[in-house]
Ligand binder design. Sequence first.
Ligand code: UTP
Length: 275
Amino acid sequence: MIKKCLFPAAGYGTRFLPATKAMPKEVMPIVNKPLIQYGVEEALDAGMHNIAIVTGRGKRALEDHFDVSYELEHQINGTPKEAYLADIRRLMKECTFSYTRQKEMKGLGHAILTGETLIGNEPFGVILADDLCDGDGEGVMSQMARIYAKYRCSVVAIEEVPMDQIHKYGVIAGSEIEDGLYMISDMVEKPAAEDAPSNHAIIGRYILTPDIFDILRETAPGLNGEIQITDALLTQAQRNMVLAYRFKGRRFDCGSMEGFVEATNHYYQRLNGGD
Ligand code: UTP
């Protein structure tokens, strides 16, 4: 039902410098596949064929990854090595890719607003590719699309995190309306542990209704002078309803070195038939 998925990918990825000096964080590989490719596969599994990517300066590799590489492909045509391209060729066949640039890094909310031109007036998924999610038999975006189909409102994915980590996340408070599904009453961006309303942290998966764009336009810069999606979602929750969904599966914070290494080990084991 939801056709479009937005990938904000304009951030500088400073935690991975110097690797990200000339290379986008989103093309860093977990084993043999760039982070963003895992995200696009998850979107496609959820039926989202229109992939919209918010890029920035120095992010050309992202566009090239989802395009034909003539010389290389000519070289390996008809050889067993072609099998390595099967997954990416499927994505290129089944998805459309469109891009727009965020000229100034004014935060995730601003990046999502920049994507409006690619999304228009319809509900859409949002995937932050550096949060790599391995769904429990079903992709996290597919799980969320089912929630959206039932409730027709914005949905954010949440995870329970230890309180000593809570200051890194947007955090929700709400009442549980179904097992693992909360109606949001409050949201705080990166609170100190003593101010956090719960241990339910928002992770990089959202389904948003398009009224979020008008709300983002009205949202004043918050923490760090950035336009925070958390602030806009709180407004939306107060006007209508926003749900928080405790997803099934495992998330790796690949924007941090620890999460990146954990994900690498996890997917390497899988490739070798383990796990
Ligand atoms: P992060 O803060 O995790 O990414 O933003 P970052 O800024 O690239 O990384 P560090 O903290 O400097 O290491 C979450 C997501 O939002 C996107 C990022 O690309 C990332 O996918 N983002 C963030 C934008 O697209 N634009 C922004 O202005 C900010």
